[in-house]
Design a protein around this ligand. Structure first.
Ligand code: BDR
Ligand code: CA
Length: 362
């Protein structure tokens, strides 16, 4: 069979002609999830209609508290729903070593303000999709547990969404959780497998431009936040701050005058320290913000189509995402896999959006 197919991603506008696309976000907040939410809140072309909290980086109640706290800090009113407190079949693992004891590094958010919806995260997915048929963008930056549960409730969910973007997996690339598995998929491999399989079945022959966009570590590890870029963000927010350095005492708190920049800097410092300890340098990969930016503008990334599946039983490889680039399995492609990105374009856009937005909160 021929080599990889360069993907064409669906780019139809929202049916109501509005320039602010409705987006439903499923997160396990998490330092980079928080950065992704900040990006979406700062984006005039997006309207977050709901947030699903998924257990992952930290337990689900902490994810809920982080989402509510971030929204309170930003003065944003978005319904937040609590998801399942465990993966479909595996016991929950969390990543406080990576994201800090409460998931946001050294940052302290306003005390929990606001309440959760009286329906759960899977129901929230379904409600949002039914409320915006053909218009809703779905974004998942955590394990796929709640999306899988939502698709059990509403098998037509894939056809109701305009686009789905998933941060997950590692395609022909090393893992960050096991030698071969990426965190979001590794936490709940069964849900990853279920979503990728059921999604394409729901689309049948219509599917090529509606395949989920899947961004793995092979792509997202190109997006390396550094102290220099973070200083550019503070400057764009008009915020005084002290540039961070690898020589700073661990846990030094941000001197930023702007409240959002302060939280993001305190969160990022922990993430920098984690990456440094992993031998990656004093930097941090912004996996989830890239996925958020792609959800609003798929043209930021170059794709190839392939059939992907998740290894569920390997003794060494459970949670690995396998891409069949050459059609060995004889199955139709079921994903647009991100294979190329220009980090400078991403960071310019991130700063141009989040900087001025933060300034409005100062
Ligand atoms: C993913 O794992 C999480 O720790 C991050 O928030 C990101 O979604 C990267 O593997
Ligand atoms: Ca995440």
């Amino acid at each position: 069979m021929a080599g990889p197919i360069v993907s064409r991603v669906s780019r139809v506008s929202g049916a109501n002609g509005s320039s602010a696309a409705p987006i439903f976000v499923d997160v396990d907040t998490g330092v980079d999830d928080a950065m992704a939410l900040a990006y979406l809140l700062a984006s005039d072309d997006a309207r977050i209609v709901g947030i699903a909290s998924t257990a992952g980086n930290v337990p689900v109640d902490q994810v809920c508290a982080n989402n509510l706290g971030l929204l309170a800090l930003c003065g944003a009113d978005v319904p937040v729903s609590r998801g399942s407190d465990r993966p479909l079949a595996a016991p929950l693992r969390t990543a406080e070593d990576t994201h800090g004891p409460e998931g946001l590094g050294y940052a302290r958010l306003p005390s929990r303000d606001g309440t959760l919806t009286d329906y759960d995260a899977a129901t929230a997915w379904v409600k949002a999709a039914r409320d915006h048929p053909g218009e809703l963008i779905g974004l998942v930056t955590g394990p796929l547990t709640n999306l899988a549960l939502a698709m059990r409730i509403e098998p037509a969910l894939p056809r109701l969404l305009r686009r789905l973007v998933v941060m997950g997996g590692a395609f022909d690339y090393r893992g960050n959780t096991t030698p071969v598995a990426e965190w979001n998929i590794s936490v709940d491999p069964e849900s990853g497998s279920e979503v990728f399989t059921v999604w394409s079945a729901a689309w049948g022959l219509d599917r090529p431009t509606h395949l989920p966009i899947v961004l793995g570590l092979n792509l997202t590890e190109n997006i390396a936040m550094t102290p220099t870029i973070l200083s550019r963000l503070a400057a764009a927010a008009g915020s005084a701050t002290t540039p961070m350095s690898v020589l700073d005492d661990r846990g030094s708190r941000s001197a930023a005058s702007n409240p959002l920049i302060r939280v993001l800097e305190d969160a990022m410092r922990f993430y920098f320290e984690f990456h440094f300890d992993q031998g990656e340098g004093y930097l941090a990969h912004l996996h989830d913000p890239l996925a958020a930016a792609v959800a609003l503008d798929p043209d930021l990334v170059r794709y190839e189509q392939a059939t992907i599946d998740v290894e569920l039983t390997g003794t060494l490889t459970r949670g690995m995402t396998v891409a069949d680039w050459r059609g060995h399995w004889g199955r139709q492609p079921n994903a647009h896999i991100g294979v190329g990105v220009d980090p400078e374009v991403f960071f310019d856009r991130f700063i141009a959006r989040v900087g001025p937005y933060a300034a409005t909160l100062g």
